[in-house]
Design a protein around this ligand. Structure first.
Ligand code: SAH
Length: 220
């Protein structure tokens, strides 16, 4: 990444405002989510040749055969997380680092784990340069991050065939896990809330499409 990557022009700001309005009109109501989306320059998470795609409401390929999620999907998952300032949040699937930056912008302490070495290394370099002080880890998200548990919230940004038990175990009582579930073409966005007595309550929120959450080992 060059210093150049971190310019943010009036044109970019204008495009971002429009994108935020599109996401609002699709039904996102959490003003803190919308504010973060209007603030974080999504084009910083793209290779410079593809900047013009950054402010479309679409997923886009990043390195290692992965994708940066569609802005609406990022907003939808973030809204379900009910982010509060100071929340300690685990993200599984760092990818470009965009989702993690949205959470950081909202005042969360963010821990993010990625199984592709290349993406993890890129994000570890780029995020602090861009001012997003996210803790990035290379590893298998199926295991969560036991050394830093428990978390107020956990967000999985890849399609999971089942709920990894370590993730619910690493959730605080009162905590929320947002996870797209199923190994089919599309996944059902699911929230798991851990009650004070440890009981888990699950709710479904419609279908989305994600790249798969792959097990069981990290990829060099
Ligand atoms: N949140 C990302 C989008 C990520 S796409 C962003 O904002 O750009 C899903 C990511 O999950 C990919 O980068 C993929 O490599 C990663 N992933 C898949 N299986 C994983 C696993 N078991 N542990 C950690 N990361 C995983």
């Amino acid at each position: 990444m060059t210093g150049n990557t971190f310019t943010d022009t009036f044109r970019h700001k204008g495009l971002r405002k429009k994108l935020t309005e599109i996401v609002r009109n699709k039904g996102i109501k959490d003003e803190n989510v919308l504010k973060a989306m209007e603030t974080v320059p999504r084009h910083w998470f793209f290779d410079s040749g593809f900047l013009e795609f950054a402010y479309e409401d679409k997923a886009f390929p990043i390195a290692a055969g992965q994708t940066i999620s569609q802005p609406y999907t990022v907003a939808f998952q973030t809204q379900l997380l009910e982010v509060k300032k100071g929340d300690k949040i685990l993200e599984v699937g760092t990818g470009s680092g965009y989702q993690a930056s949205i959470l950081y912008q909202m005042g969360a302490k963010v821990f993010s784990v990625e199984r592709q070495r290349l993406l993890s290394t890129k994000a570890k370099e780029m995020l602090p340069e861009a001012g997003y002080l996210v803790k990035v880890f290379f590893g298998d998200g199926y295991k969560g991050l036991p050394a830093f548990a428990p978390f107020d919230k956990i967000i999985v940004t890849a399609g999971a065939p089942f709920i990894p038990e370590p993730l619910t175990a690493q959730l605080k009582p009162g905590g929320i896990l947002v996870i797209p579930l199923d190994d089919l073409e599309s996944q059902i966005m699911t929230t798991i809330t851990k009650l004070a007595d440890g009981q888990l309550v699950s709710r479904q929120h419609g279908r989305f499409r994600f790249v798969p959450l792959l097990g069981n080992k990290a990829q060099e």
